[in-house]
Design a protein around this ligand. Structure first.
Ligand code: SF4
Ligand code: SF4
Length: 252
């Protein structure tokens, strides 16, 4: 019989503070001087079991010829999987704990997945030192999260931005046939996703001061370009930082 109770405690090992960090659009803009920003576009099947949350926050799209999919569009701090978040201090504590992004607060729960599937998120990944022993508190029972405060806040923030992201997807896919081609290919590849420049989203936002955004983001991208130089395994990230910088050049 499946376990009805799940225990979890963070031991502060810092291992989940490596690699990509999903953000809301607001958080991404507020942290432009901190994180190297990108947009991740992940095609997902519509109506699959356990995906009610995805259907709520995804962007319904029809890819040529007539394939219905849902796109999950997420701003991210685009960092190579083995590299530390720039805010992870040497003692593995978060140096911006009081103002850290919603994603970091909700960990290990994940609002892109239905609540009744959250047990999967409580299984530590390889190398993670999360405590799931009997000494840890029960955090999930009968497929329900016991303290939903952070989960609800993150879900609300994501849903709040869905309309903006849907408008962005409609425009960018309509006016950018090469991007539509990349998304179509990603939809045919298991685990496929497309990374595009964060500024592509801001171009459709008339309230954003793009010059100010570029001035804050440029040094961050330059720093990550340096950190990822001369390592073939980091080429995807390095090339992204270079292209994103070139994209920012028009906002000087
Ligand atoms: S912001 Fe803080 S909690 Fe979030 S990934 Fe970075 S170091 Fe970890
Ligand atoms: S991997 Fe687990 S124990 Fe380590 S910081 Fe993240 S949540 Fe905490």
């Amino acid at each position: 019989m499946a376990k009805t109770e799940h225990r979890f405690a963070c031991t502060g090992c810092g291992q989940c503070c490596h690699g990509w960090l999903p953000l809301t659009v607001k958080e991404a803009i507020a942290n432009a001087d901190r994180f190297p920003l990108a947009i991740s576009i992940t095609p997902t099947r519509t109506g699959a079991p356990g995906q009610k949350a995805l259907d709520r926050i995804g962007v319904p799209t029809i890819l040529p010829p007539k394939r219905k999919i849902s796109l999950v569009i997420t701003p991210i701090s685009f960092i190579p999987p083995a590299m530390r978040c720039p805010e992870l201090a040497d003692d593995n504590r978060c140096s911006i704990h009081a103002e850290k992004p919603l994603r970091c607060r909700t960990m290990p729960f994940y609002p892109y997945k239905d609540e009744d599937r959250q047990a999967e998120m409580l299984v530590p990944r390889k190398g993670w030192l999360c405590d799931t022993s009997d000494a840890a508190p029960v955090v999930y029972r009968d497929r329900k999260i016991l303290d939903r405060t952070d989960f609800d806040k993150e879900e609300e923030a994501i849903i709040d931005e869905v309309t903006k992201l849907r408008r962005y997807a409609d425009l960018v896919l309509k006016h950018n046939p090469p991007l539509l081609g990349r998304v179509s290919r990603a939809a045919q590849t298991p685990g496929g996703r497309v990374i595009v420049g964060f500024v592509s989203l801001l171009r459709y936002d008339r309230f954003i001061d793009l010059l100010a955004f570029a001035a804050r983001q440029r040094p961050v991208l330059e720093d990550w370009m340096t950190k990822t130089a001369d390592d073939a395994k980091l080429a995807e990230h390095h090339d992204y930082y270079r292209d994103a910088l070139a994209d920012l050049d028009r906002y000087r």
